[in-house]
Design a protein around this ligand. Structure first.
Ligand code: NAP
Length: 492
């Protein structure tokens, strides 16, 4: 199968930090179909050779194991081409058409990795140049819009010139091995399904914590904030993966129909819940990696009076028969105590405690997303330490319980065979598999759910609550969850 992959924004940060290394890994693993062309597009005046040199120099900054040897890069680079094109100039697209029509590849992937302001125009011009035939697939990066109306406008513009099954809206969290394994665990094993419900699960916690600040993206982030950057897309997709009903089959629309139902079932916001169940924060100066770091308002590109949130904690529920009454907590932020993304499913304790030390102890399933990928099942077992058996807390001569865990570490188990998120998703686009991509109605529903929070905060003069860099966010986040009698995982 021949393919042409056009990378609009081929010299940008996303292209060289994520996409090129992912394409190279696929090439190294032998999964990238042979005979493909990767065509970088940007405004710089570069020859193919200069583009290859640019990408080669960028690879020097990629982590060691993912860096190509000279020989490997030479072979990979034979796929790399470059086209100078200004996406805002309609006349320029004729050159793209000429390049693509020169060989009529079986599949043409257009990856739009440029500023969101160029999305609509680019898609319209692709169509005007006659490049929207049935073998074309378009990949759109986040953020797709700033709110529901702008998201809809993009979806409508795209929908006019391409069929929905040609549109691949990327959320790279869905490409993470542990998220795919969550689907595999839930729908490939009979073990969990009977207990995956309100009768057995006390609460679910989703944490996506970053220890970095806004780095060089201050200007972008200040217009975006944590709610739009992380919750509307990644966190809600994780809620869907945890909460969805088993799909009738593994086809993309069967899966996306079930995810959409979850989004439609999320508790609607009221003035009361907006006050109690939506916490925003902003980091102030503090410590990271043992060093003093500045507060958000002192970061380059950030308005010194900014009210943009760098932290969000939310409480919601999926209002259906399976989940009614089970709180779902979402927490994400920058400059938190560690880089840690995970989902914790906390099961209810046993209905009757025969071990005194058992009170309040319960099973927990942890899906680790980063920095490590894997699953941990926390079980209670008999402590083996004889010294504790003599203490007064032991009933009937039994040793007390202790928490032990079954640990499936995907790094150790699958090692170098593991396929990274962008690698997985790029291969899926080339093969036309839509399962791990977001449909327009899902995305719009997610915007519909976050919009009341955006508007509430816009009208709330209190602004975000400060938290010191290097901590777990404002104390209101712990207070929110404590009102239900729970606590965040790392505070246990
Ligand atoms: P970036 O570093 O600013 O790169 C933008 C790219 O677009 C450059 O190659 C630029 O090259 C090209 N470009 C800009 N205007 C153009 C025009 N008129 N015609 C042709 N090419 C043009 O941006 P980025 O960080 O890679 O982000 C790209 C997209 O991915 C954005 O939508 C961003 O939100 C999204 N995203 C980025 C990341 C990330 O980690 N970077 C993560 C998730 C999503 P020239 O200026 O030379 O033309």
């Amino acid at each position: 199968m021949s393919f042409d992959l056009v990378l609009f924004g081929g010299t940008g940060d996303l292209a060289w930090r994520k996409l090129m290394p992912a394409l190279f890994q696929a090439f190294r693993h032998g999964t990238l179909p042979e005979g493909g062309r990767i065509i970088g597009v940007a405004r710089d005046d570069l020859s193919h050779v200069q583009y290859r040199e640019l990408i080669a120099s960028r690879f020097k900054t990629v982590e060691g194991a993912k860096r190509p040897s000279e020989e490997e890069f030479k072979n990979f680079a034979s796929m790399l081409h470059y086209l100078r094109l200004d996406l805002s100039k309609p006349g320029d697209y004729a050159r793209l058409a000429e390049m693509l029509n020169s060989r009529n590849a079986d599949t043409v992937v257009m990856y739009v990795a440029t500023a969101p302001a160029l999305f609509t125009q680019t898609v319209e011009q692709i169509a005007a140049a006659g490049l929207n035939g049935p073998n074309t697939r378009i990949v759109l990066e986040k953020p797709l819009g700033h709110d529901l109306a702008s998201n809809r406008a993009i979806n409508e513009a795209v929908g006019k010139v391409l069929h929905e099954n040609q549109v691949f809206r990327i959320d790279h969290y869905l490409g993470k091995p542990s998220v795919q394994n969550l689907f595999a665990m839930r729908f490939g094993n009979a073990l969990f399904e009977p207990i995956w419900r309100r009768e057995h699960i006390a609460n679910i916690q989703i944490t996506i914590a970053e220890d970095l600040g806004v780095e060089k993206r201050g200007a972008f982030y200040d217009q975006t904030g944590a709610l739009r950057d992380m919750v509307q897309n990644h966190a809600l997709q994780l809620v869907c993966a945890i909460g969805m009903e088993p799909p009738i089959n593994a086809h993309a629309d069967a899966i996306r129909d079930e995810k959409l139902k979850v989004l439609r079932s999320l508790a609607r916001w009221t003035p009361e819940t907006l006050g109690l169940h939506a916490v925003r924060g902003q980091y102030t100066a503090g410590t990271a990696y043992g060093e003093r770091v500045p507060g958000y308002r002192s970061e380059p590109g950030v308005d010194p009076g900014s009210n943009t949130e760098t932290f969000v904690a939310l409480r919601t529920e999926i209002e259906n028969w399976r989940w009614a009454g089970v709180p779902i907590y979402i927490r994400t932020g920058k400059r938190l105590a560690s880089r840690d993304a995970r989902i914790e499913v906390n099961f209810r304790p046993t209905p009757h405690a025969i071990f005194r030390t058992q009170a309040g102890m319960a099973n927990k399933l942890v899906i680790n997303l980063q920095p490590k990928d894997g699953l941990e099942l926390h079980l209670l077992a008999q402590a083996q330490d004889q010294r504790v058996s003599t203490k007064s807390g032991v009933r009937g001569g039994m040793l007390p319980l202790t928490s032990v865990q079954l640990d499936l570490d995907f790094d150790k188990r699958f090692g170098s065979e593991r396929v990274g998120a962008y690698e997985r998703l790029l291969l899926d686009v080339i093969d036309g598999r839509l399962n791990l991509f977001v449909r327009s109605d899902e995305q719009e529903e997610a915007w519909r759910w976050v919009e009341p929070i955006i508007s509430h905060w816009e009208h709330d003069n209190n602004g975000p609550r400060p938290y010191a860099a290097g901590t777990w966010g404002p104390s209101a986040s712990s207070a929110m969850i404590a009102r239900d009698g729970f606590w965040w995982g790392e505070e246990a």
